[in-house]
Ligand binder design. Structure first.
Ligand code: PLP
Length: 375
């Protein structure tokens, strides 16, 4: 409650989630403290097996963040300086930072306005003789249409690395995202659908040789203690975080279903407002996981202020497309380069979405939106 006695609506509520799993989490952490196996301990190995199985993949390799996961995935495929990697203009900046950190050059593609993901029909024209990989991002928890992406990749001999950081557990034509391409990465940042209590990430793949290389790469390039085959990194998944992730993975399907139920309830309630609010769309091939619930409205800034005045938290994912960020000035892509991404950035807003949300809260959010769009 704030000073006026109004109950605030948070954007996410990790404390509410913790209250449901507190005993299990504390027991898991205590187990690590008692064993003392803090670096690449038992929980890391177990989490990797459970995560691989969950993703219907042969292997999972835990690392220290999603950004690391993507950079190492590129490096494990020998992608670096002189190579181009295709991804999308609307994503969290880390997707593109990882490409830059590998030494490769990012090549951006506009979005498809229905799903806000990469416009698959524009990928082929972005391919050059230097292109080595495509990184489709399953943005907001909605899968990219992967079959055409995989077909383009086959035709041009490109590696496909899925950025599934917002889509843990989502399905594409019945199959889990992550291992649909050559590799997939997940951020396990606290607010993600599967989140640690600190930074963490994981890479999944069906290719044993790549998994093996990633295991060495995250651990100084060590084949055995003090024997180094190549110049690796220290990018390991922390054992305490792995123990927390094992507890949470058991709940992921249930939490994702709660998100889908909330999304359906939001969409039904918003339908009463007519065409003034465009709800998220789900493609026929997709089982999304609603990491974010993104709507589009004419006066987005006005709506955000109106909701903020009523104690309702919202965010924009993302207000500035990658090519208009100062960090990517050197791409030389000014306004007008990606019209759909640029236009959507001015109209989208993410409403509160987390498993512990309840219908009364959703009613309150929709009522506040209704007050704004039809005064
Ligand atoms: C969160 C996120 C990342 C980065 O993950 P970190 O764990 O914060 O490094 C990368 N890509 C996307 C799409 C994300 O949402």
């Amino acid at each position: 409650m704030n000073e006026d006695g109004v109950t605030k609506v948070p954007f996410v509520d990790l404390a509410a989630q913790f209250s449901h799993i507190e005993a299990e989490v504390l027991e898991a952490i205590t187990g690590v403290l008692e064993r003392g196996d803090f670096i690449l301990g038992e929980s890391v190995d177990r989490f990797e097996h459970e995560m691989a199985e969950y993703c219907e993949a042969a292997h999972a390799v835990g690392v220290d963040s999603g950004t690391s996961a993507l950079e190492l995935a590129l490096r494990a495929c020998d992608i670096g300086p002189g190579d181009e990697v295709i991804t999308v203009a609307n994503t969290f900046i880390a997707t593109v930072l990882a490409i830059s950190h590998s030494g490769a050059t990012p090549v951006l593609v506009d979005i498809d306005r229905d799903t806000y993901g990469i416009d698959v029909s524009q990928i082929e024209s972005a391919i050059s003789p230097s292109t080595r990989a495509i990184i489709p991002v399953h943005l907001y928890g909605h899968p990219v249409d992967m079959d055409p992406v995989l077909e383009i990749a086959r035709d041009h001999q490109l590696t496909v690395i899925e950025d599934a950081s917002q889509a843990h557990g989502a399905r594409y034509k019945g199959k889990r995202v992550g291992a649909l391409g050559d590799l997939g990465i997940f951020s396990l940042y606290p607010a993600k659908n599967l989140g640690a209590y600190g930074d963490a990430g994981v890479i999944v793949t069906n290719e044993s040789s790549i998994a093996e290389r990633l295991r060495l790469m995250r651990n100084y390039g060590s084949t055995s203690k003090y024997v180094h085959e190549f110049r690796g990194y220290n990018r390991r998944l922390d054992t305490i975080q792995a123990s927390v992730l094992r507890v949470k993975l058991e709940y992921l399907d249930k939490w994702n279903q709660m998100r889908r139920d909330h999304a359906a309830y939001y969409i039904e309630a918003l339908a009463a407002l007519g065409s003034k609010v465009t709800p998220p769309r789900t493609a026929g091939y997709a089982e999304p996981v609603f990491h974010l619930f993104v709507v589009s409205v004419e006066d987005r800034d006005g709506l955000q202020r109106h909701l903020a005045d009523r104690g309702i938290s919202t965010l924009v994912h993302y207000p500035i497309p990658v090519h208009l960020q100062e960090a990517y000035e050197d791409l030389g892509l000014g306004p007008g380069s990606f019209p759909e991404a640029e236009d959507s950035a001015n109209h989208i807003v993410s409403l509160p979405m987390y498993p512990e949300l309840d219908r009364a809260t959703i009613d309150k959010v929709v009522e506040a939106i209704s007050d704004f769009v039809r005064p």
